[in-house]
Design a protein around this ligand. Structure first.
Ligand code: WQD
Length: 334
């Protein structure tokens, strides 16, 4: 198993995974339609990995173009990132999400079946749990109706993969990916106003945003703000490499879901305070109303990832928030 098709490979998690794949002697073939990233990421990836990368500007819903890539390369496995992922936007534009995320997956799987490629690592999400009854949440927890069309596309995606018996699938349920590569050459590149907490924090600290609003402080948590399980994107990227090893070592596997989180929950205020301390910055923020659709608290039981993949998070919150800020500073000079 050598040639890995990475859909969405110029995106935030995809680009960090490309770096880890090359470190582990895989050959990534990247497809990305640049809808949520920029072509400059390719040259930065080539600089970090000191290698020339195969890249195709292809929309995942374009079956004929996808078939051409499969014809040209002997694809041994696919890591499928290409999807829209903004929870709030999916509520406003559900069809955009169902077309891209579900039709895209179907087009990919149809092409894989045609070319007899069965190995796939799927980018799923803790949003499939909805508001869990309790945390830490494990993979056996009931998956309730997701809080957003985005979360539903991940639930439907997992059902499709489970029904396709020709596949050997590992579905990784990410918690909250943050941080950036230590080189500060790649990181999260939100186009427009960030939806997510950490890029909003770093843009506020950089003076791009005037103030951060904390969405609600009346939740039933230690300081009233929501709890999430934040995971360093480099640790998350490593989990994909270990998922490929699992697939290689378990050829009979059909469908395995695995949480990728640290197992620790932090409140929004704890993230803000840690960011200020680690980077010696005073952040301008105020408390505002709750954001509709937000889950109150969720963090992972990550024991299955350790058992099945031999993976556990290595990088702590200080490193996550220091690398996020270093990336924001580097962006100013790009
Ligand atoms: C985190 C907390 C907000 C912005 C994300 C991804 C989703 C999935 C899970 C992968 C919440 C609060 C935020 C702000 C705030 N990942 N917040 N002010 O909603 O957990 O979902 O991780 O699939 O795709 O979107 O992450 O960063 O938006 O919010 O107070 O300006 O920060 O209320 O409590 P979320 P988030």
């Amino acid at each position: 198993m050598r040639n890995i098709l990475v859909t969405g490979g110029l995106g935030y998690i995809g680009s960090h995974t490309v770096v880890e794949l090359i470190k582990n002697n895989y050959t990534p073939i990247i497809i990305d339609n640049l809808s949520n990233t920029e072509i400059a990421v390719l040259e930065r990836l080539e600089s970090i990995t000191n290698s020339k990368l195969d890249y195709y500007n292809i929309d995942i819903c374009n079956g004929p173009a996808l078939s051409e890539v499969f014809s040209k390369h002997q694809i041994d496995a696919v890591i499928h990132f290409a999807a829209f992922k903004a929870v709030g936007e999916s509520v406003e534009k559900p069809l955009k999400y169902y077309i891209n995320n579900i039709n895209g997956l179907n087009t990919l799987l149809d092409t894989m079946e045609t070319f007899k490629v069965k190995n796939i690592v799927f980018s799923s999400s803790c949003t499939v749990y909805g508001e869990p009854d309790s945390s830490p949440v494990n993979e056996a927890a009931v998956t309730k109706k997701a809080n957003s069309p985005y979360g539903r596309t991940k639930q439907i995606g997992e059902d499709i993969l489970q029904d396709c018996k020709f596949l050997n699938t590992v579905s990784l349920r990410y918690f909250n990916p943050i941080g950036a590569h230590p080189s500060s050459k790649i990181g999260e590149l939100p186009l427009g106003v960030p939806n997510n907490l950490v890029p909003f924090i770093t843009q506020t600290a950089a003076g791009i945003r005037e103030k951060l609003t904390v969405f609600g402080s009346d939740y039933n948590t230690k300081d009233g703000t929501c709890v999430r399980d934040y995971i360093h994107v480099v640790d998350l990227a490593d989990a994909h490499v270990k998922a490929l090893t699992f697939i290689k070592e378990n050829p009979e596997n059909k469908f395995e879901v695995i949480n990728i989180g640290t197992g620790n929950g932090f409140t929004v205020l704890e993230i803000i305070n840690t960011f200020e301390k680690v980077n010696n910055i005073k952040l301008n923020y105020s408390i505002g109303p709750r954001r509709p659709g937000d889950v109150e608290k969720v963090w992972a039981d990550a024991s299955k990832a350790k058992l099945k993949l031999g993976w556990e998070a290595q990088l702590d919150l200080n490193e996550m928030l220091a690398s996020s800020w270093n990336w924001q500073l580097a962006l100013k000079n790009k």
